[in-house]
Design a protein around this ligand. Sequence first.
Ligand code: MN
Ligand code: MN
Ligand code: ZN
Length: 264
Amino acid sequence: MRIGAHVSISKGFPSVFDEIKSIGGNCAQIFSHSPRSWRFKDPQNVEEFRERYKKEDIKPIVIHNSYLVNLASMDEELHKKSMENTIKEFETAKSLGIDYVNIHPGSNRDPKIGLRRIIDSLNRIETDVYLLLENTASKIGSKFEDLEYIIENIEIETGITLDTCHAYAAGYDIVNDLDGVIGRIDESIGLKKLKLIHLNDSKFDLGSKRDRHEHIGIGKIGVDGFRKIINHPELRKIPKILETPVDQRRGFKENIEFVKRLIE
Ligand code: MN
Ligand code: MN
Ligand code: ZN
């Protein structure tokens, strides 16, 4: 099974391999630059990264876009920066040989206009890097149909990331009706397009619309919920990335060990 975490590249892109090994993972997610800044540095040590990516059994590696980006925004300046930033993420992924760029769809007071703006934005970008749209806890992207609508209307090859915390907070009952939720993904987007799982427990209740991650097994999804998610025949083969921030209670290493103990 592929289990990894969102790790830091503060010591350079190639350091992701040592970081992820040190916590016992075999896939990874990174920010290509500080997620709270618009500043981009050209990636360093590209050749070293590509060499190690070929050799190491750490796959896939995913770039998560910055928190500032909003492709649905009506603010022209913010939208322009968001476009430039998204193009940069694709270029960085391409140069490093990274498999996926994961983005949040965006937000707009009018979700219909927002969806249209996301589609128009993505259709102005040319890339052969595979795009992942992440489901959200509220607003645009909290319904699988939003993601389906975007995918159907853009040219870039695109799939989805299922964030378990966001799905639960959005009202998808992955605890009591996992088969039903998976069926709904299959009916709308198609399970073949589900390429990544963000494995996060949720601090808040089903349908709370609140995006607050909790360590695996101690949130509202709970141990039994995650045992079912991890071992579900349709989800077993999908890489799983932990995103819950490290704190005094648990780090990524403990969370990865915890998840591995749930594998049947
Ligand atoms: Mn995310
Ligand atoms: Mn996520
Ligand atoms: Zn989240």
